[in-house]
Ligand binder design. Structure first.
Ligand code: COA
Length: 387
């Protein structure tokens, strides 16, 4: 196995991007990443593209080939592969790129993610997302993602006594961070009152407990670490890449408010990197709902079950805290174009480690990314570090 490094990153702004097509979004993110890596398209050996559901959102399949074509690479005939694992599609596309380079099969590989969700209405969007759960046992009886995470929140609150204020503080903190991130969909700070008085979506989750529906794309370029300095003075090492799966239906889980796939992927990642929790300076977690951030902090092992609400309330997870969580603004403030989110997390970690995150810059050498598909049926965890 070869060591792998990120040599370039690019990201569109996230939001309701009615002036840009799916293709425009991908081409913009890809061009930014190539420019950042100072390479030309012809130097790319392979591409992996995370995308959950272009078939339902824009009625287009065959995304690998489409993207190679619109990136101007059709005549180079490079292998270009779509990767799908619901909301973890981006994290998984990064993992495929890392595996391709680590194995020695390819040298310069682009890992990207793209989703164009707002060309359909909220109903179709929510129903499409429900396909990431168990359609027969959950979707067909009316369960939506806000509904499933609301069940997790209800269970968690009953068992651990999380307060409404602690849950709301996750959103307040992520909006504060997102206000400092130029790609974020929501760039305004909010208060606890904003969250607690927003419309009820699925009790106890309110509008500001939810990530929104979003268009966006992100891309990164990876290369063997031994070649990385040919392209950049600030390569960022991939220290670990781990993936785990679990039952697709929430009701089949051992415990509905513990994501065992997160526990397992986090444990494997730390083992691969030979690191301990105290070595991790910050984490981008998959906060598709506020309760998801609380569970992620605990399931990754940064504190015991039932303690993440207090850590959040005390500011430990804020930008200036001991363990900043989601300095980008997370899915809550950046938005959640489902196929792109996992790659956006890698973009944020790379920027933080290179010192390129003006306005929300941390003093950090090692960052972790945590990307979840569905209610936890797929989890991908990466650890990146300065070289
Ligand atoms: N947080 C804060 N504000 C939000 C928001 C969110 N999550 N979603 C929408 N808004 C705002 C919009 O900007 C808009 O504001 P404006 O009136 O000032 O322009 C307003 O709320 C209405 O927006 P709209 O697009 O009509 O919202 P909606 O009712 O169609 O959708 C949700 C709201 C919560 C149903 C939708 O965002 C949702 O389903 N989110 C969850 C997505 C999901 O499940 N992802 C996968 C997770 S695993």
């Amino acid at each position: 196995m070869r060591d792998v490094a990120v040599i370039g990153v690019g990201c569109t702004t996230f939001g309701e991007k009615w002036g840009s097509s799916f293709r425009d979004l991908f081409v913009e993110a890809g061009a930014l990443a190539l420019e950042d890596a100072q390479i030309a398209g012809e130097q790319i050996d392979a591409m992996y593209v995370g995308n959950m559901s272009a078939g339902r959102f824009i009625e287009q399949e065959h995304i690998g080939a489409l993207i190679a074509d619109y990136a101007g690479l059709a005549t180079h005939h490079i292998p270009s592969t779509r990767v799908e694992a619901a909301c973890a599609s981006g994290g998984l596309s990064f993992r495929q790129a890392v595996i391709a380079v680590a194995s020695g099969m390819e040298d310069i590989v682009v890992a990207a993610g793209v989703e164009k969700m707002t060309d359909v209405g909220t109903g179709t969007s929510v129903d499409t997302l429900a396909g990431a759960a168990d359609r027969e046992w959950e979707g067909f009886v009316g369960a939506t993602f806000p509904g499933l995470y609301a069940m997790m929140a209800t269970d968690y609150i009953g068992r651990y006594g999380l307060t409404r204020e602690q849950l709301a503080q996750v959103a307040v903190k992520n909006h504060y961070n997102g206000a400092r991130n130029p790609i974020a969909q929501f760039r305004q700070e909010i208060t606890l009152d904003t969250v607690m008085n927003s419309s009820l979506v699925a009790d106890p989750l309110r509008l500001f407990d939810c990530s929104p529906i979003t268009d966006g794309a992100a891309a990164v370029v990876v290369a063997p670490l031994e070649r990385a300095r040919e392209f950049t003075d600030t390569p960022i090492s991939v220290l670990a890449s781990a993936q785990a799966s679990d039952t697709i239906a929430l009701h089949d889980r051992r415990d509905i408010s513990t994501l065992d796939a997160t526990v397992e992927a986090g444990r494997r990642a730390l083992g691969q990197a030979r690191l301990h929790h105290k070595d991790i300076d910050f984490v981008e977690v998959h906060d598709c709902f506020t309760i998801a951030e609380i569970c992620a902090i605990e399931d990754l092992g940064f504190c015991a079950k039932g303690e993440a609400g207090t850590l959040t309330e005390e500011g430990v997870t804020a930008l200036g805290g001991d363990l900043p969580i989601n300095p980008s603004g997370g899915l809550k403030a950046c938005g959640h174009p489902v196929g792109a989110t996992g790659i956006k997390q890698i973009v944020e970690i790379t920027k933080q480690l290179r010192g390129d995150a003006a306005g929300r810059q941390l003093d950090a050498e090692i960052g972790m990314a945590h990307n979840v598909g569905g209610t936890g049926a797929t989890v991908v965890v990466h650890i990146l570090g300065v070289t």
